[in-house]
Write a protein that binds this ligand. Structure first.
Ligand SMILES: *[C@@H]1O[C@H](CO)[C@@H](O)[C@H](O)[C@H]1NC(C)=O
Length: 191
C-alpha cells in the first residue's frame, strides 16, 4: 500500500488534529449527572413481634383448602389454601389477639422442599396507634426450614410506604397437626 492516495493521508492528519476537539465537544453534550444530596433521609425502623396460628382442623378451622390437585401433581404443586388466622401477643392462642393474617399460601415448588408462596395481609386490631393498619407480605416460604425470611412489600395506614422483612420461625414443640404456631419478627422501614 505504498501508493495510497495523498488525500487519504490528509484526511488522517485532519482527524488526528481534530480528535481532541471532537471528544471534548461530545463530552459537553452528555447529560449532567445529579449528585445525591448530602442529607440522606433518616430511616425509621419499626419491629413487630407476634404469633401466627394455622387452625387446620377441628370445629373452627381458620385455614381452608381452595385448590386440590388430588395427588396428580409432583410433590403436591398447586395445592392452595386461604386463611384468616389469629395473630396473638404470646404463643398461646388464648393470649391477647393483636391482629389477623388474611391471605393465601400454596405449594409452588415442584421439588420435595415444600417451597410455598405466601400472600398475606396482616391487619392489626390492637387498640392504639396500629389499629386498622395493614402490612402486605409476599414471598417464598420453604416450610421445612425452621426459620424463613419473607419480604414485606407495602402497607397502609401507619405503615404507608413500609418495606422490610419478616423472620418466621415454626414452633414445632407446641404445634400439632391441627394447630400450627409460627413466631413472627417483622422489621420494617418507614419513611
Ligand atoms: C424474635 O425476636 C425475639 C425477641 O423479641 C427473639 O427472642 C427471637 O429469638 C427472635 N426470633 C427469630 C426467629 O429471630
Amino acid at each position: 500500500m505504498s501508493h495510497s492516495h495523498p488525500l487519504s493521508f490528509l484526511f488522517l492528519v485532519f482527524c488526528l488534529i481534530h480528535a481532541p476537539l471532537f471528544s471534548s465537544s461530545s463530552q459537553q453534550e452528555q447529560p449532567q449527572i445529579m449528585l445525591p444530596s448530602e442529607n440522606k433521609p433518616t430511616q425509621k425502623l419499626t419491629t413487630l413481634h407476634f404469633y401466627y396460628h394455622d387452625i387446620l382442623q377441628g370445629e373452627n378451622p381458620t385455614v381452608v383448602q381452595i385448590i386440590d390437585p388430588s395427588n396428580k401433581t409432583p410433590n403436591g404443586i398447586g395445592t392452595t389454601f386461604m386463611m384468616d388466622n389469629a395473630l396473638t401477643e404470646g404463643p398461646d392462642l388464648s393470649s391477647k389477639q393483636v391482629g389477623r393474617a388474611q391471605g393465601m399460601f400454596g405449594v409452588a415448588s415442584i421439588n420435595d422442599d415444600r417451597g410455598m408462596f405466601m400472600l398475606i395481609n396482616f391487619v392489626f386490631s390492637q387498640e392504639g396507634e396500629y389499629k386498622g393498619s395493614t402490612l402486605s407480605m409476599l414471598g417464598r416460604n420453604p416450610v421445612l426450614d425452621t426459620v424463613r425470611e419473607m419480604p414485606i412489600v407495602g402497607g397502609t395506614g401507619l405503615f404507608r410506604f413500609a418495606t422490610g422483612y419478616a423472620i418466621a420461625q415454626s414452633l414445632w414443640s407446641i404445634s400439632s397437626e391441627e394447630h400450627f404456631v409460627v413466631e413472627y419478627n417483622v422489621t420494617i422501614s418507614l419513611p
